[in-house]
Write a protein that binds this ligand. Structure first.
Ligand code: NG1
Ligand code: ZN
Length: 550
């Protein structure tokens, strides 16, 4: 214990001298970890370094820490911890993270003692913390602060430099799975995905309406850097034209480009050539979200979002599984933001079960784990597929069985290769992109063919600033508003006036505001419905600033 005591003293000395708590306001570890203006985050990083070591000792495994603010503007930054299997930090520890971030410098030792005692953490293990960062100018100094925290508690930081968020999740899992899931290096990651992609694609790069040419918007972020390695590995099998990669385009991270811009503005990004009908995709600032889109003759941008990607994948996997003859429980997980038309199509045309959960990838991931094959995507393009370990073992056993037919073995091999193409730890824009390209190629589909599967209901997202966003509470996977009392009744009355209308409100987990979602039979009606509901929120939940307008 004496030894530990000394360690904690170092913690305080470091904190006071190098990373003192500069901000008076409290921060909260939310769905995306901590996110704020980068210049306010030094001490938060230091403390997350401390917490990462404690988490690693508690789990007796290595833990990841990713420094990024994803699709936020360049001056922001943030940090997320990654659990041993590459998942998001377990929810019960989010409260510890919040406590660590907000306590005064001279009480840090006390909080460390509290967690160590309460959870019986053994403080003697030498643990590894894998650290990754995005391309923001503030990231290196914040990573240094985080590593100082790791070192203060005698942990070992392993700096992976600039990597995408999903790459770091993958590395953490590889390391903890003792390389069962692959090797924790960038080279291995590219090779694994690209080899699987090329194997499925074969020698015909263009099929029917599918042309292998793709325009790629890297949002001037890490996705712009890493796509170059894919290009090298993929050769001619996929012709990727790169845009918004610092040299070509506006140069500013996420500025008028990237997956979040395309989705929320429903607009074509700056920096990508406006070529009618050309298949394009965008990733966000840390390359975990993916959007597809194209421009029509009237310069209208047609979006193929996370819902479409999920459906494309689920249907494809359903077909592959049928070829193997296995009886598999395949399901899809969505949030309230999923377009109503997509849910209808999955349920009634594809006959695939859908479950709904609250916004935030961790909820989708956990729900998807209930299926043998769980496909999950947020409408904003963040998602992946996870396969139950037992199912993967069953596939291999069958493949090794000499009595199984050659056709079935071929189907199993194909499914196994598709599994290799997927980063199961978390939504990964680059792996998702390769999967979408694989499916379109196998169907011989253009992006327009893909769009024809169903018609999205026009929709609108709005933001309302209120005095305290937590006065809004919800239930039923955020689709029903509980408080302020009477608001849901008002929303119901407004919605009734619109054909195919649906609307819900919820407090954002990443911004200090309330989000309003609406969909209806036409764009004008969706806009009008969103506005009416937003005005109601402004009225009943102590709105601040001017009234919402379109
Ligand atoms: P909030 O701010 O809680 O709505 C946003 C996204 C989430 C998720 C998180 C984390 C929407 C409507 N919300 O959450 O889906 O991606 O950011 O990045 O897109
Ligand atoms: Zn992101």
């Amino acid at each position: 214990m004496a030894n530990n005591h000394n360690n904690y003293k170092t913690v305080y000395a470091f904190a006071r001298e190098m990373h003192p708590k500069t901000e008076k306001f409290d921060v909260q570890y939310g769905t995306a970890g901590f996110r704020a203006k980068a210049n306010t985050l030094g001490y938060v990083m230091y403390r997350m370094g401390l917490l990462a070591v404690l988490r690693a000792r508690y789990k007796k495994a290595c833990i990841g820490a990713m420094i990024t603010a994803s699709h936020n503007p360049e001056p922001d930054n943030g940090v997320k911890l990654i659990d041993p299997c590459g998942e998001m930090l377990e929810q019960s520890w989010e409260a510890w993270a919040t406590k660590f971030a907000n306590v005064a410098d001279d009480r840090l030792e006390e909080v460390i003692t509290e967690i160590v005692t309460e959870l019986g953490i053994e403080m003697t293990q030498r643990v590894e913390i894998l650290v990754g960062k995005d391309t923001r100018p503030s990231s290196p100094s914040l990573a240094k602060a985080l590593c100082d925290g790791v070192l203060a508690l005698s942990g070992k930081p392993i700096d992976y430099g600039i990597v995408t968020t999903p790459q770091l999740h993958y590395f953490v899992y590889c390391r903890n799975s003792r390389n069962q899931y692959g090797f924790p290096t960038e080279e291995y990651y590219y090779r694994k995905l690209c080899d699987a992609f090329k194997k499925i694609r074969g020698k015909n790069f263009n099929t029917n309406n599918y042309q292998s040419k793709l325009y790629y918007d890297g949002a001037n972020g890490v996705g712009a850097k890493k796509i170059k390695y894919f290009q090298e590995c993929l050769g001619d099998s996929l012709m990727i034209d790169r845009f918004n990669d610092e040299l070509i385009g506006t140069g500013k991270l996420n500025y008028m480009c990237g997956a979040d811009y395309v989705k929320t503005k429903q607009a074509f990004p700056n920096g990508v050539p406006k070529e009618v009908g050309q298949r394009c995709c965008s990733v966000d600032g840390d390359a975990d979200r993916l959007m597809y889109y194209y421009l029509d003759e009237n310069e209208k941008c047609h979006l193929l979002d996370g819902d479409r990607i999920a459906i494309l994948i689920a249907e494809y996997l359903k077909g592959l599984v049928e070829d193997t003859g296995f009886d598999v429980n395949l399901g899809l997980v969505q949030t309230a933001y999923a377009n109503g038309a997509s849910t209808e199509y999955i349920t009634n045309t594809l006959n695939i079960p859908v479950s709904f959960v609250c916004t935030g990838v961790k909820y989708l991931h956990h729900e998807a784990q209930k299926y043998d094959i769980g496909v999950y995507f947020e409408a904003n393009g963040h998602g992946t597929v996870i396969f139950k370990k037992e199912f993967k073992e069953k596939l291999q056993t069958s493949y090794d069985d000499p009595t199984v037919s050659v056709e079935v073995k071929r189907a199993i091999k194909k499914l196994q290769t598709v599994i290799d193409l997927i980063n199961e730890t978390v939504g990964d824009a680059l792996s998702d992109m390769l999967l979408v390209e694989t499916i379109l190629h196998s169907k011989g589909w253009s992006i327009q063919d893909w769009e024809k599967t169903y018609t999205d209901l026009p929709n609108r997202l709005m933001k309302v600033s209120v005095k305290d966003r937590n006065t809004i509470t919800t239930t039923n996977a955020e689709r029903t508003c509980l408080k302020p009392e009477g608001l849901q009744k008002e929303i119901d009355m407004i919605v009734k006036k619109y054909k195919s209308g649906r609307s819900f409100v919820r407090p954002s987990g990443t911004e200090d505001l309330v989000r309003v979602y609406a969909e209806a039979a036409s764009k004008d009606e969706a806009d009008q419905l969103a506005l009416e509901v937003a005005l109601k929120v402004h009225e009943m939940a102590e709105g601040i600033g001017p009234e919402p307008k379109l």
